[in-house]
Design a protein around this ligand. Structure first.
Ligand code: CA
Length: 253
């Protein structure tokens, strides 16, 4: 069974922010020549572990190399999960080669789009959102101690927002040999916009502001620039990374 044709456009942008000495985030975007399939990925190197910047870069390189070898026609969620696990394996292998990289780890959020199917896989607290009909919806749940405490009922929603455990990851890329990596399939609609981001965006800009920016009628490039500019205007305390994918309303059969 074939899936409906769809056309994608996108943009990826990363910025050091205003407080950090360097950028430990990495971002990648691969759109096929016919723009009928796309892969986007954001990784946020885990601070406190040496080599977080290297882990995030390696993870993105692995995903882009897999995309360059050809994006799948079907079973997108399975392909994406396997690609993230292969990237995890690559980072684990590099840890063994160099003592300075022994504990390196990164978050990862990856999205694969073809036809009216969108697969999302992630480890850690980098997020995916969808804007549809002017409304922003989170597609991922953070892998953090704070989120786990909320889910088990120890935390209220208010506790969650001010928890010191918001930054403590329960899952990440490079932390173990075979992480439990959720990969979910969504059905996309014409005009949908998808945002992947590191927490330097979503912990600084409230979701209503992200929604306001993405609702403007402009290109993914302009949206990406506006998101980074507003996060910096709000203090830019962390590296800020965004990848945007839009299922365009044009040229679909
Ligand atoms: Ca971060």
């Amino acid at each position: 069974m074939s899936i409906a044709r769809a056309i994608f456009q996108g943009c990826a942008l990363t910025d050091k922010g205003l407080s950090r000495a360097r950028n430990e985030d990495s971002v990648g975007l691969h759109i096929t020549p016919g723009a009928d399939a796309a892969l986007a990925v954001v990784a946020d190197g885990v601070g406190g572990n040496p080599g977080g910047d290297i882990a995030s870069k390696l993870a993105v390189e692995h995903l882009l190399a897999a995309a360059g070898a050809g994006l799948p026609q079907r079973r997108l969620d399975n392909w994406l999960r396997q690609a993230v696990l292969a990237a995890n394996h690559g980072v684990r292998r590099q840890q063994g080669r160099n003592d300075a990289h022994a504990g390196m780890a990164t978050t990862i959020i990856a999205m694969l789009a073809r036809g009216n199917r969108i697969a999302v896989a992630h480890l850690g607290d980098s997020r995916a959102y969808r804007l549809r009909g002017g409304r922003l919806t989170a597609l991922t749940v953070d892998h953090t101690v704070a989120q786990a405490m909320f889910e088990e009922g120890t935390y209220s929603r208010e506790d969650l927002a001010r928890s010191p455990y918001q930054h403590v990851l329960t899952r990440g890329l490079g932390l173990m040999d075979t992480p439990d990596c959720p990969s979910l399939l969504h059905v996309s609609e014409v005009g949908d916009q998808y945002l992947l981001c590191s927490d330097g965006l979503n912990k600084v800009l409230p979701e209503r502001d992200i929604q306001r920016i993405l609702t403007r009628q402009c290109s993914p490039q302009e949206h990406a620039r506006a998101l980074v500019t507003e996060a910096n205007a709000a203090g830019g305390p962390d590296n800020i990374t965004v990848a945007l994918l839009q299922r365009t309303p044009k040229a679909e059969d």
